[in-house]
Structures are given as C-alpha cells and as structure tokens.
Design a protein. Structure first.
Length: 366
C-alpha cells in the first residue's frame, strides 16, 4: 500500500519527532566508549538506584505479567492520595507525565483552540498541542530572568484554552512564584496545567490549591525524585470533574503491573528518596559553584539539573559533542525556542564522581 498525502494528518508535515538527545548506546556506537564508562547527565534522571526491597517487590510481579493490571488502579491512587493529602477522586494516573500531557490535550483541544506557552520550556507541550491543530502563543521569559509573571501572561489568557507551566521548569529549573500562580488562577478564563515533574526537589507545590480551583491541573512524575524513569509512571491532580474527563480518555491498562507496584512501594519509602533529593540539591550547589570558576554561567535552579550558559563564543552543539567524545553526555539547548543564544546547555546533577568527570571533561575541551 502506498501512503499518499491524504492518509496522515496534514499537521504532521510541520512536526518533527521528539528529540531526546544522546543516550549511552549512541555514544558507544559513535565513539566506541563502553557503556559502563559513560557518564549520562543528559536526561534529568535520578542517578541513584532503587532500594533492594523495592526491586524485590517488583520482581514478584514478574510472575504475573501474563495478566493485565486492574485498570482502576485503586491501590495506586490510594497510595498517591495518602502522599498528597487529597481524596482519590482528585487523581488519575498515566504512563509517565508525558502520557498525561497527551491525555489533557486529547480531552480539551479542538482545532484552532489557543494555548499559551512561556518559553523556553518542555517541547512536548508544543508537540502534543500541535497534533490537535491548536494555535500556540509563545511568551518570552528570558528578559524576566526566565521567571513567568502573571502581568505578562494576563493579556494572552483571553480565549486561551490551556496554559502549560513547568514548575520547576525544564530546562531553566525556575519555579513559579506562589503569588504569581494564585493571581493566574484567579483569571479563571483558562485551564492552567502546572507540571511538577521536579517539584519534590524544590519543596514547592500547587497541589494544595487544587481543591478550591476549577481551572487547575497539577502533573507529577515518578521518574525523577522516585528513580522510576525506566518504568514510566505519573499522575495528575485536579478537581473531580476534570479527573472524570481525563479518565474517559485514558487508555486501559496504560500503567503496567511493574510500574504500579514500584510506585506504591516507593511511596512507602519517602525517607529514602527525601535523603537522596537532599544530597542531589547539595551537589547541585557545589556543581554550580565549580562551573562558575571555569567561566560558565549556571542559572539558579530548584531542580536536579542546571541550565548553563557556556563561555562566550562556545557553540552548545559542538561543546556537547566534544564532551560525548570523552564519554560524558549533557543536553545541548541550541535552537530551543525562547533562548536567544546558542550557548546554553542543560546538565543533570549526577553522583559526585559523575559531576567531577563532567567538570574535568569541561576543562579539557575549553
């Protein structure tokens, strides 16, 4: 069968595939460096492994993978409910927060609906919205120190269906100021999605605003803080009416057995993950100081990563490839919407030995 121009959506001719950056397998293939010798600071993952007792619980579920998980996810929602302090009817789950972003667009957007995106930000918001042929208004934030101001957002909120706000934002690491967010919610003209994939590193959240808000959805991921990136699990928190709508568009069995078990067990081990996050936050500040000593300009971050401006004249794509040739992966932000310079990169905070490898490689390639 020949696929002609009318078989696929026209909008697909304008959309590229999501670019995840380099992975260790790519570096091994390109440069011949064994995967075990590669430092991966490119994907904002947690560098620490799960506790053995959680891995054992996951292993037990391997004997049941010939069976579907219960699609109501009642046990998982109750575990999340206990963690965030809201009833289960305020919660839906998904195959990572990226799945939830897609669900929100699926449940809300019609062609030519307007959405507002402060930039730079996570490109999946744009890609998911474009699939529904939404009209996107981009709001520059670089002139505000990458902070989103309600006064700047307000003129664009009229007739807007959705507003996506990362808090902390990827790639800047900046959180939405609480008073600014409360002012945005009071506009009541748009559905505000606050993506808190990294919120546990910041200690700042909007979840407590959900119960009394008709136009707020808070997204959470268990990939970062809870070390579960490879199992893909996230959840959304909102008022019951919105959650009911999202449940209708959620595919059945979207969260697999292993992910569900891992998430429930992780939520029973909060002290372990809190200690890891505290260590990552301390190491982030050390890494930031060290980067300044070699001429880099890290942006203050509330998350487990840093957006960093390279020394003048450095091209982020070239710099990233040079580091990769030495077995260190970071993320180039060249051509990312909302950044006027091609000198920015994003660096995940790794273990201390990994951070030292990264700094050493930086000194070598400058």
């Amino acid at each position: 069968m020949t696929v002609n121009s009318q078989t696929l959506k026209n909008i697909l001719t304008l959309i590229g595939t999501y670019d995840p950056g380099l992975f260790p397998e790519d570096v091994t293939r390109i440069y011949g460096i064994p995967e075990k010798d590669i430092v991966n600071l490119g994907s904002n993952e947690n560098p620490y492994r799960l506790p053995g007792e959680i891995i054992e619980k996951i292993a037990v579920e391997l004997h049941k993978i010939n069976r579907y998980p219960n699609p109501s996810y009642k046990d998982l929602k109750e575990a999340i409910s206990d963690y965030i302090g809201l009833p289960p009817n305020h919660i839906t789950v998904g195959n990572g927060s990226s799945d939830l972003i897609d669900m929100i667009c699926k449940a809300t957007l019609n062609p030519l609906d307007k959405i507002v995106l402060p930039v730079p930000t996570y490109t999946l918001y744009m890609l998911a919205s474009m699939l529904w042929e939404a009209e996107i208004k981009y709001l520059e934030t670089e002139g505000e120190g990458f902070n989103v101001k309600a006064s700047n957002l307000k003129p664009h909120m009229k007739n807007a269906k959705l507003i996506f706000l990362g808090s902390p934002n990827n790639p800047t690491g900046r959180s939405i100021d609480r008073k600014e967010l409360e002012e945005m919610i009071e506009f009541e003209s748009s559905l505000i999605i606050v993506d808190e994939a990294y919120a546990e590193f910041s200690g700042k959240t909007a979840i407590d605003l959900v119960e009394n808000s008709e136009n707020l959805i808070v997204l959470r991921s268990m990939s970062k803080y809870f070390c579960l990136a490879g199992l893909r699990i996230g959840y959304a928190v909102s008022n019951p009416k919105i959650i009911e709508g999202l449940e209708k568009v959620r595919l059945p069995f979207t969260v697999n057995r292993l992910a569900q078990t891992a998430a429930i067990q992780a939520l029973k081990n909060i002290k372990h993950f809190r200690a890891i996050a505290e260590e990552i936050n301390r190491d982030r500040e050390v890494l930031s100081r060290e980067l300044k000593t070699i001429g880099f300009e890290p942006i203050p971050s509330d998350s487990n990563f840093l957006m960093v401006k390279l020394p003048r004249g450095q091209d982020s794509e070239v710099f990233t490839q040079r580091l990769a040739s030495k077995g260190v992966i970071i993320r180039s932000l060249k051509n990312l919407l909302g950044l006027t310079s091609g000198e920015y990169v994003r660096v995940t905070v790794g273990r201390r030995d990994e951070n030292e490898r990264f700094l050493e490689a930086c000194r070598e390639v400058l």
